[in-house]
Ligand binder design. Structure first.
Ligand code: LLP
Length: 380
């Protein structure tokens, strides 16, 4: 991050900084590794919905995965084709479903019987046929933080397999619904590739159920969740997409003409974003020293919410190392970025970079304490 220091001093802190070159390199690698197998990539807009980011992703040729009507509209504004947009979410409102229908999106990933019925009704009114994929809960453990696990029976997401026969029974009566695929997403920040092997085996079993019922599925969507290395963002700048896609190619049994889709968020934009903040005060505690910075949970809530650890760097100092608790200015005890962090001796007005914050950083920002909404700047 030090190479950007001269640029950073020009901006008022805190702000997000996006390394667009790294984003481009990441996108190129994903394209190369996924194209080998003819896989389709939808970028999960929820990870970062900034227009400059979306436009780069559009340029490489991916689609989007949206979880709100506004994400669909933002995707269209960035230039994505509606035929490349999927719409997921456990609680889609009528207004949001109508946005999807009016724009003839590629597919609704549906999560309950009642949702399917509502989509059918709304599609009928608009004289449309909605393409849907059933989001099935495969009961596969993602081995990640419990707040970002979604594929277990106890999670609110997806339809349980034991409901399948009931859905298949009612589908022929829903004239404005076309079942085109099945969808899975078992969690986020998954770093153990065995998890994806297990998902493939489970999907193969589930496919057999459709084959036995003579139902043809045009596509399978395996969601996202591929993790990044928060400990070493400079060593592991880009996740190991080669191994990731290879697992699906080797283990997932696709039927003739069936297409495989992915919804990747964090692994696309995570390492390209950094939160840049300034030290306001150094304060001596009883056992530790606090570096109080001008960013807090209002700019990056992940450490407070998921005990996430983001690498913290002082980019202004080359002095000898000392230990600090790096904390924000918000009136909450959870407002810290790291405890017992070793940094070069730090003083007031040093710039601090909080790394790997491109995904679920800026998008989850708030204005708690009436703070200004955080700004973003981009490299070329
Ligand atoms: N598809 C679905 C249906 C999802 O729910 C998600 C993320 C994705 C795709 C993209 O997952 P990714 O490739 O980014 O892991 N705020 C949390 C992460 C929440 C993820 C929600 N769903 C965090 O900061 O770790």
């Amino acid at each position: 991050m030090k190479k950007f220091k001269d640029i950073f001093v020009k901006y008022k802190t805190p702000f997000y900084w996006y390394d667009m070159q790294l984003l481009d390199e990441t996108l190129k690698l994903i394209k190369k590794e996924s194209e080998k197998y003819g896989f389709y990539i939808h970028y999960a807009v929820k990870a970062n919905s900034n227009l400059p980011v979306l436009k780069r992703i559009k340029k490489i040729g991916f689609g989007t995965d949206c979880v709100s009507g506004n994400e669909i509209l933002r995707s269209l504004e960035a230039g994505f084709l509606s035929s490349d947009i999927v719409f997921a979410g456990v609680g889609k409102s009528d207004e949001e479903i109508i946005i999807g229908l009016e724009n003839d999106i590629f597919c609704f990933n549906v999560e309950s019987v009642s949702e399917i019925e509502v989509i059918n009704e709304l599609a009928k009114k608009l004289n449309k046929t909605a393409k849907i994929a059933l989001r099935l809960n495969p009961n596969v453990d993602a081995i990640t933080h419990k707040y970002i696990t979604t594929g277990l029976e106890e999670n609110k997401f997806g339809i349980n397999i034991n409901e399948l026969d009931n859905i298949i029974k009612i589908l022929p009566n829903l004239n404005n619904i076309e079942l085109t695929g099945i969808h899975f997403h078992i969690g986020s920040q998954i770093t153990d590739l065995n998890v994806y092997k297990n998902l493939c085996f489970r999907i193969n079993e589930i496919q057999e159920m459709f084959i036995a019922r003579k139902i043809k599925l045009k596509h399978i969507n395996v969601g996202g969740g591929f993790g990044i290395n928060y400990d070493a963002p400079d060593i592991d700048k880009i996740a190991d997409f080669k191994s990731y896609f290879k697992i699906f190619s080797n283990l997932l049994k696709l039927q003739a003409e069936q297409k495989l889709h992915f919804e990747l968020g964090r692994s696309i934009i995570g390492q390209s974003g950094n939160l840049i903040t300034k030290v306001l005060y150094i304060k001596k505690g009883v056992k530790t020293k606090f570096a109080i910075v001008d960013a807090g949970i209002t700019e990056l809530i992940r450490p407070a919410l998921y005990s996430a650890k983001h690498k913290i760097e002082n980019i202004s100092s080359d002095l000898l190392d000392e230990t600090y608790d790096v904390v924000g200015p918000i009136c909450e005890s959870t407002d810290f970025f790291g405890k017992n962090i070793i940094l070069p001796k730090t003083k007031r007005h040093d710039l601090i970079a909080i790394r790997s914050a491109g995904a679920y950083g800026e998008v989850m920002a708030s204005q708690y304490n009436l703070r200004e909404i955080v700004k973003a700047y981009y490299s070329n």
